[in-house]
Write a protein that binds this ligand. Structure first.
Ligand code: IFM
Length: 483
């Protein structure tokens, strides 16, 4: 079964339960990523990343914002660890900036970079918070991009060496290693659609990037395993598309999205093969000759946990040739859909029923339940972890300085309810990380969108726990969904 449905959503069932009890040992955590929170981009030998370059390119990021200072977590990490303790978090999911460890992506290791993450990991362990470390959350060293980026195989070679270095440095203390965060974004947004760094518009490179990211994942798991002195867990985090078909060629449209967005990663990583329908769909673009002998075996590594990021659903239909919306728009490029060059098929992304978050994403907790159940059916022996879920809203600071954020709190309650319902159906869900601990640099949206359960004042860098953060602390401390 794939993560698709041809039934139009009937509107969210309530999903506003309270008093639900999560299983003993269930992990309640929160997540961030290096470029989004650290700042200090020129300090202690860090090299430039593709996001430094991209954010400085006029017109790429809202308001010209960059991650130069971000939340200044590089200097305020101890204060942030205290916040995590106050919230009662059981685990913290952070990412390691590859350009801090290897400023040119290869070769020389920067000890000061390793020392920063060693301090962070030790500080977490001292406070009883499990370190969940992601090796790659989109900040590719710029020099590697200059040599071709994820479109070339040598970047996967470099990633393997970086993984060896990190395994040797922190593999005695990290609880869970995650190789990649959302390779879908790195490949398709970075090399196809161009809305993320490095901002390329090359469909063939996007598919080559899919494969080289998959290869990097498999090689990194092996490298981490051989160099980690402790007994860490191994994982990868994928952002799954819950695709609903509606209207013209509905089932086919949903299948295509599922193949390209989901099974392009789960196929090689969890089954050791690319799905035949994906290869057929993309045949007008590439023959996948960048897949070499032995690659699929290298990618197919046992994982202790599969990381699942979920925010909303997509609804699609499909047309032969130009969609009616594109016709109305006078054939504007990609007006109402996505086409592969050389193919006549256009997948059209339809407007979703609301309500919406400040990102314009539809709020659909039933999609999370559906996704978790579907993954469990597809990979019954694979433990799962929600590694990101959360919502951006336009928070308003109250006169007394508090930050009431009832919409985010409601969003979280509904999605935790959905996760609990999945557990009741037999899904082996081990934990849940709220995105995000802090308001931070939201990529192309700069600082305009706030996902934190802790507010950051970007003028003073002061942190204030929002109402949703207080609510989450009660959940994390008791394991019972508060009212
Ligand atoms: O902020 C991002 C994060 O870096 C990756 N997953 C989605 C989040 C919200 O857009």
């Amino acid at each position: 079964m794939s993560i698709t449905t041809t039934t139009a959503t009937q509107g969210s069932p309530d999903y506003r339960d309270a008093g639900l009890v999560f299983p003993p040992g269930f992990t309640f955590g929160s997540a961030t990523a290096a470029y989004q929170v650290e700042g200090a981009v020129h300090e202690d030998g860090r090299g430039p990343s593709i996001w430094d370059t991209f954010s400085r390119t006029p017109g790429k990021v809202w308001n010209g914002d960059t991650g130069d200072i971000a939340c200044d977590h590089y200097h305020r990490w101890e204060n942030d660890l205290e916040l995590m303790s106050e919230l009662g978090l059981g685990a913290y999911r952070f990412s390691i900036a590859w350009p801090r460890i290897m400023p040119t992506g290869n070769g020389q290791v920067n000890q000061k970079g390793i020392d920063f993450y060693a301090r962070l990991v030790d500080g977490l362990l001292e406070r009883g918070i499990r370190p969940v470390a992601t090796l790659y959350h989109w900040d590719l060293p710029q020099t590697l991009e200059d040599s071709g980026g994820w479109a070339v195989r040598s970047t996967a070679d470099a990633f393997e060496r970086y993984a060896e270095v990190m395994g040797a440095a922190l593999g005695d203390r990290v609880h869970t290693w995650t190789t990649l965060n959302e390779p879908w974004c790195s490949a398709y947004l970075g090399y196809g659609q161009g809305g993320h760094a490095p901002g390329r518009h090359e469909p063939v490179s996007a598919l080559a990037a899919v494969h080289h990211l998959n290869l990097a994942h498999g090689r990194a798991v092996q490298a981490l395993r051989s160099t980690s002195a402790g007994d860490p867990q191994y994982s990868v985090t994928l952002n799954f598309h819950v695709a609903r078909g509606r209207g013209n060629r509905a089932a086919e449209a949903a299948r295509r999205v599922d193949a390209l967005a989901n099974r392009a990663f789960t196929g090689p990583m969890l089954r050791g093969e690319y799905p035949a329908d994906l290869l057929a769909d993309t045949a007008p673009v590439t023959d996948w000759s960048f897949v070499k002998d032995g690659d699929l075996a290298a990618i197919h590594q046992p994982l202790d946990v599969l990381g699942v990021n979920y925010y909303s659903t997509v609804t699609v239909q499909m047309w032969d040739g130009v969609s009616p919306k594109q016709q109305n728009d006078g054939h504007k490029a990609a007006g109402g859909g996505t086409a592969w060059p050389g193919s006549h098929d256009v997948v059209e992304f339809l407007e979703q029923p609301g309500p919406y978050t400040a990102m314009g994403w539809n709020i659909a907790p039933e999609g999370l339940e559906e996704l978790l159940v579907s993954l469990h059916e597809q990979f019954p022996a694979q433990p799962l972890m929600v590694t990101e879920n959360g919502a951006a809203f336009d928070d308003v600071v109250a006169a007394d300085g508090s930050v009431p954020d009832p919409e985010r709190l409601d969003y979280l309650r509904r999605h935790f309810t959905a996760a609990h319902r999945a557990i009741q159906q037999g899904v082996d869900l081990r934990g849940y990380f709220v995105w995000s601990l802090l308001d931070n640099f939201e990529w192309g949206y700069g600082y305009a969108k706030r996902f934190g359960i802790v507010r950051v004042d970007f003028d003073t860098l002061e942190r204030t726990v929002k109402d949703s953060g207080r609510w989450y602390a009660r959940l994390a401390r008791t394991g019972v969904l508060p009212a």
